[in-house]
Design a protein around this ligand. Structure first.
Ligand SMILES: *[C@@H]1O[C@H](CO)[C@@H](O)[C@H](O)[C@H]1NC(C)=O
Ligand SMILES: *[C@@H]1O[C@H](CO)[C@@H](O)[C@H](O)[C@H]1NC(C)=O
Ligand SMILES: *[C@@H]1O[C@H](CO)[C@@H](O)[C@H](O)[C@H]1NC(C)=O
Ligand SMILES: *[C@@H]1O[C@H](CO)[C@@H](O)[C@H](O)[C@H]1NC(C)=O
Ligand SMILES: *[C@@H]1O[C@H](CO)[C@@H](O)[C@H](O)[C@H]1NC(C)=O
Length: 444
């Protein structure tokens, strides 16, 4: 009788064991998959609507941030075809239509399930600041049209706006310092830390319609128009940032032409960049070390191969040579360069040098401190990265602990269960063996 009785017991325990195994597998395998999930990546899009052209920058950062600020990297820069949005003052709809190819590109990069939560911004700079001064209705129409175009895409569009000059300057400053690792650095201890012995760097930006200078002054800035405050990666920064409207490379050349025109005739030119004349730029070069000069400063001098730490006397000599060359000589010197670039080579480079020396007061001793940069670690140096970085402060964090805490408790439960199961099955097997053995003896 005993062996027949034993069989149902064996079957029952096998079923219990099987069930336990399934439970343990469900408990162990499913959370295990969650626990090793990489940190979620968030995306953000920023349109840089400059005076001469527009670009869309696609950024990403891990959802768990460092002291509330994201570690942002550039995924891609998409250049929008055509001129800057301020050129569409008389055809606002055209400004919106131009953005579509880049928005389509972004749709391919940002995973479909994340598009609705991807913050998207459009920031316009000096070109639109000028248009707003000329005719604010037209500026609003252009912004409305670009907003309409972006709004047709399934993104979390947070609006199109005109940045102030000091915002533009200070976001450029953030970009420079972030990329050159003076704000945050991945340490040997394999974590992000505030670098201890590094000084922040100044930032010099030259756009088409304005130029910006931004640095951290030793003393608090009294003038509220030029003082900016940021809290990034848990550290406070108080900056001085000044933007000189009309001193961008294109507007400056227009101002020069207008001045010549006005000198030779009595015609009155009505343009916000004229007749207010030249503003006094501040003497600041000695207030900060090693500024980084980017955008126009880089492009114009790079064209003449002068961004590699050349001395001021060599820079002067090269520009003088360019300005004294004939059209034919210049074409031979720059065979692959467009005619407009050759035409403007002398004026643009002379203007850039004058701005640095007369405007920002660099001299033969401080000149070698200027670093000319365009890109660092595959990210373009401009205001957009700094803008995105500061905005990650407002985007809710997803700390990794929230993801691992639940699986950890399940892991413990699963381990306990597994141990219980092993002990149980061991006991059962022992019991079965003993019973079989004893029943065997019984039968003898
Ligand atoms: C500004 O632009 C609007 C729309 O194009 C036009 O109706 C208006 O007359 C302009 N205003 C000025 C002061 O030029
Ligand atoms: C976050 O703040 C702490 C305390 O202020 C600091 O030690 C740490 O370096 C900061 N982390 C980063 C990434 O800056
Ligand atoms: C600050 O900006 C406002 C508006 O643009 C202007 O009226 C004011 O004079 C500026 N203040 C200083 C100290 O430059
Ligand atoms: C940084 O700024 C915040 C305000 O945003 C302030 O509460 C905090 O005390 C400041 N920290 C330091 C060290 O100055
Ligand atoms: C930077 O981001 C904060 C939000 O964290 C925002 O309040 C502040 O206005 C931003 N700074 C600038 C200059 O836009």
């Amino acid at each position: 009788m005993a062996p027949r009785l034993l069989r149902p017991v064996g079957c029952g325990s096998a079923a219990v064991l099987g069930l336990l195994t399934v439970v343990v597998f469900v408990l162990v395998l499913i959370p295990a998959k969650d626990a090793v999930l990489p940190t979620r990546i968030k995306y953000g899009l920023v349109f840089d609507a400059g005076s001469t052209h527009t670009s869309l920058y696609i950024y990403r950062w891990p959802a768990d941030k460092e002291n509330d600020t994201g570690i942002v990297s550039q995924v891609e820069a998409c250049p929008v075809a055509g001129p800057g949005i301020s050129s569409y003052a008389d055809d606002p709809a055209g400004a919106g239509a131009g953005l579509k190819p880049c928005l389509d590109r972004a749709m391919k990069i940002v995973p479909a399930e994340q598009q609705r939560e991807t913050p998207t911004y459009l920031g316009a700079t000096a070109g639109m600041r000028l248009l707003r001064e000329e005719n604010s209705t037209k500026a609003e129409q252009v912004l409305a049209e670009v907003s309409k175009a972006i709004g047709e895409y399934p993104m979390d569009f947070r609006g199109a706006r005109i940045l102030t000059g000091s915002e533009e300057g200070s976001f450029g400053w953030i970009t420079v310092n972030y990329l050159l690792e003076t704000l945050v650095k991945f340490s040997f201890a394999e974590k992000w830390e505030h670098p201890q012995d590094t000084e922040v760097l100044g930032a010099l930006d030259l756009g088409g319609a304005s130029t910006q200078i931004t640095f951290q002054p030793g003393v608090p800035v009294e003038d509220r128009n030029t003082s900016v405050f940021f809290r990034l990666y848990g550290t406070n920064y108080s900056l001085y940032s000044h933007s000189y409207l009309c001193y961008g490379q294109n507007q400056a050349l227009k101002m020069l032409l207008a001045a010549l025109h006005q000198a030779s005739s009595s015609a009155q030119i009505s343009h916000p960049c004229y007749p207010q004349g030249y503003q006094e730029t501040t003497t600041v070069a000695e207030l900060y070390d090693s500024p980084c000069a980017f955008s126009g400063f880089y492009h114009i001098l790079h064209f003449l191969n002068l961004t590699g730490g050349q001395s001021l006397s060599l820079v002067n000599a090269t520009i003088r040579k360019i300005c004294n060359s004939s059209w034919k000589q210049l074409q031979e010197l720059f065979p692959t360069v467009s005619r407009t670039q050759i035409r403007d080579a002398c004026t643009a480079s002379s203007y850039t040098l004058t701005l640095l020396l007369q405007g920002y007061k660099f001299n033969i001793t401080t000149w070698p401190n200027i670093h000319f940069i365009r890109q660092v670690a595959n990210a373009d140096v401009g205001w957009t990265l700094g803008y995105m970085l500061n905005l990650t402060n407002m985007i809710p964090s997803e700390p990794p602990t929230a993801l691992t805490e639940l699986p950890r408790s399940i892991w413990i439960a699963a381990t306990v269960l597994l141990a219980t199961m092993l002990i149980l099955s061991f006991c059962l097997l022992t019991a079965m063996c003993c019973q079989r053995n004893s029943s065997g003896y019984d039968q003898l």
